[in-house]
Ligand binder design. Structure first.
Ligand code: PLP
Length: 630
């Protein structure tokens, strides 16, 4: 556990159990009321066709744990409740979940259900997100907010107004000044009085990767001048009472509570000013930014680490707002946050398999016979490099060895390009140079583990912005890993590899595969990764299971199991028509393969019958694109 820093990023949800497997504690390790769930047991159960009604899900696999979602919402709520209570703040906290973080239907439905006792609502940033938020909130608490952010056209605004008509507590947050005209026009047309918010462009700037939209030159929000114009226009329309919420978002992964308090304090000043100008302000919505400590360092000195927990976050927010409002004698606002990453990251684990491991070169294949043969046909210069290399090695002169090895290699590459040596000789010189490198302690015996996964589909933020996630074998953690490796995915793309890991490491401690099966998990990836993932090389998403804690013998119950998209499904994404493709190939088979299933093979060869061919084709369309375990 220490090797992979599990206690740092994983507590209180993940630990290593007595079998050496990763154990999940959806309600934390402090409570004795719940049993641990062994990830390997889940993986074995859902991939076994005998125990899943013949389903037998293929890897990669996302394991969703709704109990963790419940615990995250409850922990966030209780952190704010505590900060509010202990500081004598005179309003409540009522959060929303930004559905962009993970729009999966069951994730959103779970959040609405678990958050209902706390009036926890949803935030939408586009029309489809608004539609799903509206329909999910119909089953939620009527007081929950439905915060409408993002770029808006007349259709978005009329939909949001309609949501108010449906008694959903909807707030249209102006992100662009022009949106106000549309709101005024559509609300008059539909005779629906809107509740309006403004998103302020704060001067406070979050300097990390995720803060590039913050500050005066940020992409979103209204400047001070624009906010003043909005107030004037609303006043002119007799609708200043509709302006009730102030929103800001300085970026995801806010690294420290100092920066947070700075931003919240600035926003609280604007809030107080809006009250002074006559708006009926009720809510201060502090956006997202509640961070996750992906590397467990709690240092806050990189994009993947934050130096605070839920309690410190809530304390800083309440303190900053109270300080400003008390000084201005303004009634405390309802506090809303749009925490996405912090709610959904932990609940989902991506499990995949390492299918093979190779050394980074061919040193293992070098034999003494190879060395003998290798000198034949080399130029005089190359042979003399080889001799000099050998004698430098005997004298123990490392630098000279490396010099001659490099020189020899270059000469051999040139000879190969000219066609005067063969592939075997080129391979032999590669191996020799690697042996030299190893002997002088230069080359690192890092292996490449090929994993049944697409980085582009499942970890797009690693490829796109270099975001790191904890990756750990989910079993054999009672054995010391003997090697180090990088992970290479199934795509034909050199970017499809993982060679940076938490803790600044360029390789991961790994166990030998040894003909057995070797499973790894990527943790804390429940936010953003699923919707961002693409279909590069036509690899689709993983299979997904939803696993709840239960009192049964396994301490868990699989409450949903969905196979990942098949080859046919991903082909359809690119406008192919799998049914027609299948028919075309079947006709082709009938045309060219005359042998029937049970025909007699006069030549003794084993020909595939048409029926077998068709069913094999059908299976290829039906199966997932990933490697199938043999
Ligand atoms: N609210 C808005 C407006 C956002 O743009 C985002 C994402 O960056 C969020 C909330 C969610 O932020 P986080 O995932 O940091 O909680």
């Amino acid at each position: 556990a220490a090797l992979y820093k599990i206690d740092g990023w994983g507590a209180p949800y993940f630990s290593v159990n007595s079998s050496g497997n990763i154990a999940v504690h959806p309600y934390g390790t402090d409570t004795l009321a719940h049993q641990e769930i062994d990830l390997m047991k889940i993986m074995r159960k859902v991939s076994d066709p005998k125990s899943m009604g013949g389903l037998g899900l293929q890897l990669p696999l996302i394991v969703r744990l709704p109990d963790i979602l419940k615990n995250r919402i409850e922990s966030l709520q209780s952190a704010f409740n505590y900060a509010i209570h202990s500081q004598g703040f005179e309003a409540h906290y009522q959060g929303v979940y930004p559905v962009k973080c993970n729009q999966d239907r069951f994730v959103v439905e779970d959040i609405v259900r678990f958050g209902s006792p706390f009036r926890f609502g949803l935030e939408a940033g586009s029309k489809p997100e608004l539609l799903l938020a509206m329909s999910c909130l119909c089953k939620g608490n009527p007081d929950s907010f439905l915060v409408c952010n993002g770029f808006k056209d007349a259709e978005y605004i009329s939909l949001a107004l309609l949501a108010r008509k449906l008694a959903l507590n909807t707030v249209i947050v102006l992100e662009q000044e022009e949106e106000l005209d549309l709101v005024l026009e559509m609300s008059k047309k539909l005779s629906i009085r809107p509740v309006i918010g403004v998103r302020a462009k704060l001067r406070t700037k979050h300097s990390g990767h995720f803060g590039s939209t913050s500050g005066e030159k940020g992409k979103f929000g209204l400047t001070t001048t624009q906010i003043l114009r909005v107030v004037k226009k609303l006043e002119g329309a007799g609708m200043l009472d509709c302006l009730q919420l102030l929103h800001f978002h300085i970026g995801s992964q806010i690294p420290s509570t100092a920066l947070l308090a700075d931003g919240v304090g600035e926003a609280a000043q604007i809030y107080c000013e809006l009250v002074r100008l006559g708006a009926q302000m009720q809510v201060l919505d502090i956006g997202g930014g509640l961070g996750i400590d992906y590397d467990g360092s709690k240092s806050g000195d990189s994009d993947i680490s934050v130096a605070y927990g839920l309690e410190e976050y809530a304390h800083a927010v309440v303190q900053a707002v109270k300080f400003v409002c008390d000084r201005k004698n303004i009634k405390h606002p309802v506090l809303c946050s749009e925490s996405g990453r912090a709610i959904v990251s932990h609940h989902s684990i991506l499990i995949f398999e390492a299918v093979s491991a190779s050394m980074s070169s061919a040193a293992a294949s070098m034999t003494s016979a190879g060395f003998q043969y290798f000198v034949d046909g080399l130029t005089e210069d190359a042979i003399s490099d080889y001799r000099n290399l050998t004698s430098a090695a005997m004298r123990g002169e490392n630098d000279t060895c490396l010099l001659y090895a490099d020189q020899l290699k270059q000469r051999c590459v040139d000879q190969f390009k000219e066609g005067s040596i063969g592939m075997e000789q080129l391979a032999a010189v590669d191996s020799l140079c690697e042996l030299v490198g190893k002997a002088v302690g230069l080359s690192d015996p890092i292996r490449t583990y090929h994993v049944n996964l697409s980085v582009f589909t499942s970890i797009p933020d690693f490829w796109g912005i270099g975001q790191l996630f904890p990756i750990v074998p989910i079993h054999r953690l009672d054995q010391r890993p003997a090697v180090r490796g990088i992970l290479s995915d199934l795509t034909c793309d050199s970017d499809g590899k993982i060679d940076k890991f938490i803790g600044g490491e360029s390789s991961l401690p790994l166990h030998e595969i040894e003909g057995g099966r070797y499973y790894l998990g990527m943790f804390l990836g429940g936010a953003y990764e699923e919707a961002l993932g693409g279909v590069h090389n036509l690899f689709g998403g993983p299979s997904v299971v939803r696993v709840s804690q239960s009192d049964g013998p396994h301490s868990f119950a699989v409450t949903r199991a969905v196979p990942g998209p098949s080859c046919g499904d991903v082909l359809r994404v690119m406008q192919h028509e799998p049914e027609l493709m299948f028919e075309t190939l079947k006709h082709r088979a009938e045309e060219y393969c005359h042998h029937d299933e049970d025909s007699d093979d006069s030549d003794g060869d084993h020909h595939m019958g048409n029926a077998t061919l068709a069913s094999s084709l059908a299976r290829s369309f039906h199966n997932m694109p990933y490697l199938v375990a043999s």
